[in-house]
Design a protein around this ligand. Structure first.
Ligand code: PLP
Length: 433
């Protein structure tokens, strides 16, 4: 079988120079030597540029803020990344009390936090109310009823918004589509007005916004425009029934290029949506974006070392020291990541391999049918791994999770130490004798 050359994503933090890959000004091979592998490597420059691309659209020509980024930190919740975005002015979109604690530990402000997710517990609601989050994005009447009672018991009023399920097709992988009727997310479009009317009767809730999030890795703008028009229509109907909406949260979901995808550029995407909102007469609303992947996905990669090359009858395997526990996306969604040798190796012949990890599952693969000229001991970089990479990693097969570093020009900072084996079972206990 002949394998076509795979287009690489456009990256601003990682470059190839004379056959060697660099993170900003540092050769990846040096990082592998200093910190070991598997290693997540992030570029501060790429993170900053992605944030600034959103922020450019969020502030108008007169310097007036017309929208704000609330980083969906489930994509990558390392404290150094949260701290960087907080310093740049971001708010956060959280989905658990654990994420709230991370925001606060990283120097973020609770009053710039929106709390999403379909299953908030009483303890999580209590923590978020006490911290003073900006808004709870609610997804059902039972959740609304519970929040009203928790806020009442604390003598507080909960700021709320309802997540609308606009029933639009985001044209993405079914596991990451969230705004269709059959998904568990949001309040069915036809029930939204009556649910707001219920919410308006809750003494310990205060309606402040409306929100919607239709899915992830969306590479076209049209599903957003459809969802937006449907939500703007609801805001009009709510206004007519005496319910005032102050902010409109249009969710996240903008896709990135993993290979040859061509999603809209961030600034153009954000400007198109904001201009549309203004042109429809809703310029008075505060607008929130909740991007995750588009801020961090192409600002990170996963470095791994080749352990063995294993020729087979129908397939050749390149067995590396990273595995599905480090990067779940291929096993979970058959997701594609471009994979490149960190240094070109002129001694090795080009062979087509499946790149697989050491885990005892046939689903433990990171790339399929890739032509590589490599030998054991060489390193590979798995590109576009900054989003839903480390945060989805696990300790399956009692493997410690990878270390993480952030590169800033010629400097490198260890932002998470590699987990030690002892730490993996430190909280476990054997039965008494
Ligand atoms: N907002 C909500 C409510 C989400 O569930 C998600 C991701 O699933 C996001 C934002 C971020 O999506 P993305 O990383 O695709 O931008």
């Amino acid at each position: 079988m002949t394998i076509k050359a795979i287009p690489l994503p456009k990256l601003s933090g990682f470059t190839e120079r004379d056959g060697s890959w660099y993170a900003e000004e540092i050769p990846l091979a040096d990082l592998a030597k200093e910190f070991g592998t598997p290693l997540y490597v992030y570029s501060k420059k790429a993170l900053t540029e992605a944030y600034q691309a959103y922020d450019k659209a969020c502030v108008d020509g007169q310097g007036k803020r017309r929208a704000r980024v609330h980083y969906a930190m489930k994509a990558n919740s390392n404290l150094a990344i949260l701290n960087l975005f907080a310093k740049l002015g971001a708010g956060f979109d959280i989905v658990s009390a654990g994420e709230l604690a991370r925001v606060l530990a990283a120097g973020g402000s609770a009053n710039k936090v929106v709390f999403s997710g379909v299953g908030k517990s009483t303890q999580e609601m209590t923590a978020a109310l006490k911290a003073g989050v900006k808004c709870f994005n609610l997804e059902s009447i039972p959740e609304l009823t519970r929040l009203n009672s928790v806020a009442g018991s604390l003598g507080l009023k909960a700021p709320i918004s309802l997540r609308v399920n606009p029933d639009v097709d985001p044209k993405t992988h079914p596991y990451i589509s969230t705004g269709l009727k059959g998904n568990k997310f949001g309040i069915a479009y036809d029930d939204v007005i009556k649910t707001y009317q219920e919410a308006a009767k809750m003494p310990h809730c205060e309606i402040v916004g409306i929100d919607c999030h239709i899915g992830s890795q969306i590479t076209e703008i049209s599903p957003y425009m459809d969802a937006l028009d449907r939500v703007l229509d609801l805001i009009k109907q709510l206004d007519a029934s005496g319910i005032k909406i102050h902010h409109l949260d249009i969710g996240g979901g903008l896709g990135i290029s993993y290979t040859n995808e061509t999603p809209p550029a961030i600034t153009e995407f954000a400007n198109t949506l904001l201009n549309h909102i203004e042109s429809k007469g809703f310029g008075h609303l505060e607008v929130l974006f909740e991007p995750g992947r588009s801020l961090v996905g192409n600002a990170g990669l996963l470095l791994t070392t080749i352990e063995y090359l294993k020729p087979g009858e129908t397939k050749n395997f390149c067995i590396v020291d990273a595995a599905m526990n480090d990067l779940m996306r291929p096993a979970m969604y058959e997701a594609f990541h471009a994979i490149v040798p960190v240094k070109s190796n002129s001694k090795a012949p080009a062979v087509t391999y499946d790149i697989v990890g050491p885990i005892c599952e046939s689903g433990d693969w990171l790339g399929r049918d890739r032509s590589l000229s490599v030998q054991p001991g060489d390193q590979l970089a798995i590109l576009s791994a900054g989003a839903y990479g480390f945060t989805m990693s696990s300790n399956y097969n009692t493997r410690g999770r990878a270390a993480e570093v952030m590169v800033d020009g010629t400097q490198v900072h260890l932002i998470r130490e590699r987990e030690t084996i002892e730490s993996l079972f430190a909280n476990e206990k054997v039965l008494p004798a």
